[in-house]
Design a protein around this ligand. Structure first.
Ligand SMILES: Cc1cc2nc3c(=O)[nH]c(=O)nc-3n(C[C@H](O)[C@H](O)[C@H](O)COP(=O)(O)OP(=O)(O)OC[C@H]3O[C@@H](n4cnc5c(N)ncnc54)[C@H](O)[C@@H]3O)c2cc1C
Length: 372
């Protein structure tokens, strides 16, 4: 059987390598090399997977939780460790259950996946433009020629970091229902606040309605980032009228803060606040809170004026894409276009940071290849 894979990211490479054990596989990548986005991951170290339990993993999935269950059950992090070890790229588990290559080089993950594709006919600098169904087969038209194949796998990624080749082509190659895309894991733009440099806050909460995230938050004069900022973006990207708040003192209740305030001997607001906040944020805090009696409230619920999410060019992942209701969750075959498969970020699945998104791309690709 002849299989053509569109896209040489982690999903496409994993599938092509696995399927090439039994079939003739062609992998078409428009870039001059494989894994251009993969190279950037984890700040060049590549957080390839996570040792989270299935339950913990599912808690980090924003869209597609039940759809991904079979693939995640069949490709665990232990499988991932073995897979890369066998390809000469051992992995290690770090703080927060994050998994990286021992070498801390994303290029080693790319080398390993390229090695896995040693029996694949890899075509670089070639872009798939159109696919036409011809009887029971597909004619794939590219920038350099055409191929007639039995099965087509779409692994073209999403829309984020377009310079890596993620241009959304996979959404248009077949008639397939789509869910509107949104930027995810992206900085959040806020109305400017008077800050000279980035404030790095630890042990705070970022709150939006019922969503409360605890951890580290980076505040710049006109955007928020850091783990809490970018994770919040994935959870609010389909909400309207967004109101964001910081709880600077999650460990203390309003009452406890009030008692501490009553015990504070200073009269000057700035001096009082030194007991409660890092120095750098006090001027910003004073733009919203000018009364001593209001201090506890604003310490628990300091408002940030939301403007919008930053652009796709800064988004780690794309939310939305190929509607998973029309994709088989076991084989990843389209329920509308027979012998067409969708894997990786092109699908309407996304998760928070921590190696979840790459693990999903690999697990789905592995499962799909086994069915093919
Ligand atoms: C800066 C950054 C850091 C990240 N860090 C992490 C991390 O540490 N851990 C983690 O889990 N996730 C991380 N991610 C997310 C992760 O990179 C993606 O989830 C993953 O790359 C998706 O894999 P994919 O194979 O589906 O798509 P991609 O990696 O986007 O690959 C798709 C490929 O398809 C090709 N293509 C598209 N259209 C065509 C066409 N018409 N013809 C031919 N080829 C085509 C593209 O050129 C591209 O190479 C990060 C993302 C970014 C942007």
């Amino acid at each position: 059987m002849k299989i053509l894979v569109i896209g040489g990211g982690p999903a496409g490479m994993m599938l092509a390598g696995q399927a090439s054990k039994k079939h003739q596989v062609i992998l078409i990548e428009q870039n001059e090399k494989l894994g251009k986005k993969l190279f950037l991951t984890g700040k060049g170290k590549c957080n390839i997977s996570t040792s989270a339990t299935l339950e913990e993993f599912e808690a980090k999935i924003v869209r597609g939780k039940s759809f991904l269950k079979t693939a995640l059950t069949n490709f665990t992090y232990e499988n991932c460790l073995d897979f890369f070890k066998d390809l000469g790229c051992p992995l290690k588990i770090e703080r927060g259950k994050r998994i990286f290559p021992v070498s801390e080089k994303s290029s080693d993950i790319i080398k390993a996946l390229s090695l896995y594709c040693k029996n694949v006919d890899v075509k670089l600098n070639e872009k798939v433009i159109k696919v036409i169904k011809v009887n029971e087969q597909y004619k794939v038209i590219t920038s350099k020629g055409q191929y007639v194949v039995d099965k087509v796998v779409v692994a073209t990624g999403g829309l984020s970091y377009a310079q890596t080749g993620a241009t959304g082509d996979g959404y248009k190659l077949f008639k397939q229902p789509l869910i509107e895309t949104k930027q995810a894991l992206v900085p959040i733009n806020i109305k400017a606040i008077p800050l000279r440099k980035c404030l790095k806050l630890k042990n705070v909460k970022l709150i939006c309605e019922e969503i409360e995230l605890f951890g580290e938050l980076d505040i710049y004069s006109s955007k928020i980032e850091g783990p809490l900022g970018i994770m919040m973006s994935s959870l609010i990207n389909r909400k309207e009228n967004i109101a964001l708040f910081i709880d600077f003192k999650p460990a203390l209740s309003l009452n406890q803060l009030q008692i501490r305030l009553d015990n504070n001997k200073y009269k000057d607001l700035s001096l009082i606040l030194k007991d409660f906040l890092p120095l750098d944020i006090i001027p910003t805090f004073l733009t919203k809170c000018q009364n001593k009696k209001d201090i506890p409230y604003y310490l628990k619920r300091f408002p940030l004026d939301y403007l919008k999410l930053d652009s796709y060019s800064r988004a780690i992942i794309t939310s939305g894409g190929i509607d998973i209701n029309y994709i088989d969750a076991v084989t990843f075959e389209s329920k509308i276009n027979p012998h067409v498969y969708y894997i990786g970020e092109v699908l309407d699945v996304d998760a928070l940071t921590g190696g979840y998104n790459l693990h999903i791309a690999l697990a789905v690709a592995k499962q799909c290849a086994e069915y093919i």
